[in-house]
Design a protein around this ligand. Sequence first.
Ligand SMILES: [Zn+2]
Length: 192
Amino acid sequence: MSDVGGAAAQEHVVARGEFACPVEKRDASYVVKHIVLDDEELGEFVLCRSCGSEFPPRVLNPEDHPQQTSLHEAFSLLFSAMIIADGLIKEPEMAMARKLLARHDVDYDMDVLNSDSQRVLGDLADVLREASRHLSLAHRRLLLEGAMLIANADNEFRIEERDLIANAGRHMGFTRTGIGELFDEAAHSAVA
Ligand SMILES: [Zn+2]
């Protein structure tokens, strides 16, 4: 099936947002593109939509302190939202969330979930959008991957959970293609 000689590499936009363009020294919008050849991913780069300059993904890594706070808030809110997405707080989901939060050194008391749930769902979109401005692309992917792990913790990937992850991804600047790729990777790693 593969047509190596004649195949052209394809580019897919997997995420978008605003950054401080190092060339222009001002805010501009960017897209993150994946280069794909015969279904194989060859790499990714950031393209400034204002001046057309290309950068490695680390250009989206912020260096200042807000990142830590944003990461903590985004992690705890997204994970809480995942757990209550289907209206039930299940122990395997809680256990997975505690494990992930500990791994990332995030201090959040999951036991306040019941009382926090209204706030969590109300604020999620805003928090994720705001956090994304301070989070690297790698951290944003980590968040979505964590959400997928929690959704799968009870071996039941429900439609409410899938929708929530897709929405969260959208709020963090990922395109439909980019979110689809993450779902595919999660499915593969679940089988492995
Ligand atoms: Zn630029």
